[in-house]
Design a protein. Sequence first.
Length: 223
Amino acid sequence: MRHLVTGLLLAASLPALADGKATLESHSAQGSATMEVSWAGDDLRMDFPQQAQAGFMLLKDGKGYMVSQMQGQTMVMDLAQLKEMAEGMGGDKAAAGLTDQQASSVDSLEATGEQETIAGLEGDVYRLQWTDKAGNAHDDTLVLSDDPQVRELMTAFHAYQRTMTGEPDPIATELEERELGMLRFSDRFQIAELSDETPQADIFVLPEDAMTFEDMMRSAISE
């Protein structure tokens, strides 16, 4: 699951959101994934067309959820609970897998003077040096833009990231202060398409007939 949310841990933020849709590409040691992202106001939904079995992720009313199918039953899982459960089952290994993706500090962020066009938008190339929570140093190339919609998309991502980690991301905070959004993060994350189309409101509604993880556990115990 980690490679599906790599981009979410590397986002910028902005005070107000509009509406839009985007196709994103993320890459990690675990593989590549295409994400279709829709957002309206403070709501965000991510679908994974290459991995339909993964269901979709939803940010609603400030909380993150994963909605999927399990044994023919729709399941809704709170992402904060899911993270705690994964760490509890995986112990130090699971924690290490997360800390090498999360920044603890931004050491420097400098423009190179070069430009790059991504998804039809021209951005400035920056060199980012940062340290992750495991203490490892990183040196990456970013393509950043002050385009309002790019910043809006990154805002939604940063809000989603906070539902998973419970804290702001230093890279996101740095970009927020500079009023920049992210078009590309090294070879890990890139916007492929971006539009200002307003998504249908019903895609942000949690299914009414879904079971929670607690429901499934109670059902298993009672059988």
